[in-house]
Design a protein around this ligand. Sequence first.
Ligand code: ADP
Length: 391
Amino acid sequence: MTVLVINAGSSSLKYQLVNPTTGESNASGLVERIGEETAMLKHEHEGEEYRLERHIEDHEVALKLVLDMFNKYGPVLKEASIEAVGHRVVQGGKYFDGPALVTDEVSERIRTLIPLAPLHNGGNLKGIEVARELLPEVPHVVVFDTAFFQRLPAEASTYALKKEVAEKYGIYRYGAHGTSHLYVSKQVAELTGKTDLKQIVMHLGNGASVSAVKNGRALDTSMGLTPLEGLVMGTRTGDIDPAAVFHLQRNAGMDVEEVDHLFNKESGLKGLSGFNDMRTVRELADKGDEDARLALDVALHRLQKYVGAYTAVLGGLDAITFTAGIGENDSDLRRELCERLAYTGIELDLEKNEVRSKQARCISTPNSKVQVWVVPTNEELEIARQAMTLV
Ligand code: ADP
């Protein structure tokens, strides 16, 4: 039994064949640069990698080529007993608080949400449309990045913006990375054997977000109307005074697109240090580069503030968890943050912190007042599992 998980972007398409019970994946791949002169398709099966480089006009051609790859290099889809196709969709607005079986009505809903996620929902929808056409015999399920945060308390999802404007244009905190925050917070609850847990999950990748989760329910999260809000990210500012936008428009003559690009693509670690990759920033800081050190400190300060704020929102704190590229791998950052949180009684086990592993693990001492976890995220597995709840 397997689920084909599809994550279609505006010019890319990632896929993975996942066993929702064991979590094993026996094939995965990626098409990049769809629509450009030369696109690239990479298909992996049983440790072998197969590549194809050619012009790929659109998502339909891309998915047809992917299906060819399965037939040529395996596993043959007819024999893989695909029970469902699970699609990642970034923005579910206020309509979806869980997975949904794809119908024409659901597709239409996703289309109406494109203005809220112009970089994402359009590509997601294309993926759904062509997959439904090419794989009509299996049910298709959509899993939304925002679903876990759909039931945030109103006081956390509401911006203090003129009510009529917020309602008309749908300006609320929707959050993002919800599938990861849900997967990781469930894992921590399972591993600690406690469901009544006050926990903070930090998804620290190129995009980064933090959430406060109490007894399995998200009470707050750092990404907002879009993934721009919150933590310092690879290329995004995270929190910034919105008046900076007016200031740049009035004084630098920048238009909306230019400010959007500046805040989303040229800021964050990259804007401060010249590099968005945390490993490079760390290397430079270790060599005495002051810009890189400041970039790290700004990122750490922001995280420290969020953990403090969310501890207050939760009314206490039982566990903090690191996940995604930086969270799972960067032991220096974990140590530096825990040093800043020493006042909470957090005690990191420095040896355990250095162990590199693909397994979920507790890295605090037995005496620590707050448990510290590293839990590798697995959004594809969570999508596969959620898809199976509907078929
Ligand atoms: P995304 O999925 O948002 O593109 P990832 O979750 O893959 O991002 O995380 C990418 C980030 O993880 C990069 O900043 C990269 O430098 C960082 N990273 C990966 N490995 C390490 C490591 N060993 N030490 C520090 N940072 C790491």
